[in-house]
Design a protein around this ligand. Structure first.
Ligand code: NAD
Length: 250
């Protein structure tokens, strides 16, 4: 199956976890993948593992507007357009409101939410050059259902959810054939969550929150992102796709 044959795809946070799994699935489906991350060594490892193709790596800090502008110019020169943008890079900082400094709050908002705005703003002209542009923004079940000690993360991921809908409506009004959808994973086993999953007490609590009875694998998110990137989801825009083993159904 190569449902993304001929597509040019940009994945942020592609050196690890869900971003890496998705970059690899995109390549298997025939896309040419631009892997972006701030972790240069991780990007090299990722490039070595990905299915053959003209894939490229770009060191990018997703909070850096000038770096986004430079990357957009590079993609324009190299490919003349972009078909798929997966704004995935992010991280969580979990602390009570009392223990969260303004600096920590701003960092979480910058990496998880400002990044999505900057990526969308800089890449929209390139996506408008596609016959079927698709933006997939990484939110979380925490963008839908809150949790204690996760205020900044919930605010950022909730922001991603609504920004995605605003983007979808703006693109529809412009008639540029660009769709935008958000994805909302539950508990997924990645380097980001490895620490929590290694603590038996925390792992038990997390599992109790998942009706399906297990933590998810990054490939299970990657499969859903492939769907949102492909023509199979062509009537979906402004939607939120939850992939959480039933956590938010309770
Ligand atoms: P991960 O730590 O395995 O991968 C995140 C990648 O993003 C890393 O390669 C890291 O270098 C990169 N990154 C972080 N900050 C960056 C920056 N400023 N610029 C460029 N790259 C940066 O984590 P993951 O679990 O794969 O998470 C990916 C996304 O999925 C995040 O947005 C996270 O919030 C979201 N998410 C994860 C889970 C989960 O359970 N793992 C659940 C819901 C949502």
């Amino acid at each position: 199956m190569t449902v993304l044959a001929g597509r040019i795809a940009l994945v942020t946070g592609a050196a690890s976890g869900i971003g890496l799994a998705t970059a690899m699935r995109f390549a298997q489906e025939g896309a040419t993948v631009l892997l972006a991350d701030r972790n240069a060594a991780g990007l090299n490892d990722a490039l070595a593992r990905i299915a053959p193709g003209e894939h490229e790596a770009a060191v990018l800090d997703v909070t850096d507007e000038a770096a986004w502008t430079a990357l957009a110019a590079k993609i324009m020169e190299r490919f003349g357009r972009l078909d798929i943008l997966f704004n995935n890079a992010g991280f969580g900082k979990f602390a009570s409101i009392a223990d969260t400094s303004l600096d920590q709050w701003r960092t979480v908002l910058a990496v998880n939410l400002d990044s999505v705005f900057l990526g969308t703003k800089s890449m929209l002209p390139l996506l408008a050059g596609s016959r079927a542009g698709s933006i997939i923004n990484m939110s979380s079940i925490r963008g839908i259902a809150a949790a204690p000690n996760a205020g900044s993360y919930c605010a950022a991921k909730g922001g991603v959810r609504m920004f995605t809908k605003a983007t979808a409506l703006e693109c529809a009004a412009l008639g540029n054939k660009v769709r935008a959808n958000s994805i909302h994973p539950g508990h997924i086993d990645t380097p980001l969550t490895a620490g929590a999953h290694a603590d038996p007490q925390v792992a038990r609590q997390l599992l109790a929150d998942v009706p399906i009875g297990r933590i998810g694998h990054p490939n299970e998110i990657a499969d859903a992102v492939v769907f949102l990137a492909s023509d199979a989801s062509r009537y979906m825009t402004g939607s939120e796709l939850i992939v959480d083993g039933g956590s938010t159904a309770q």
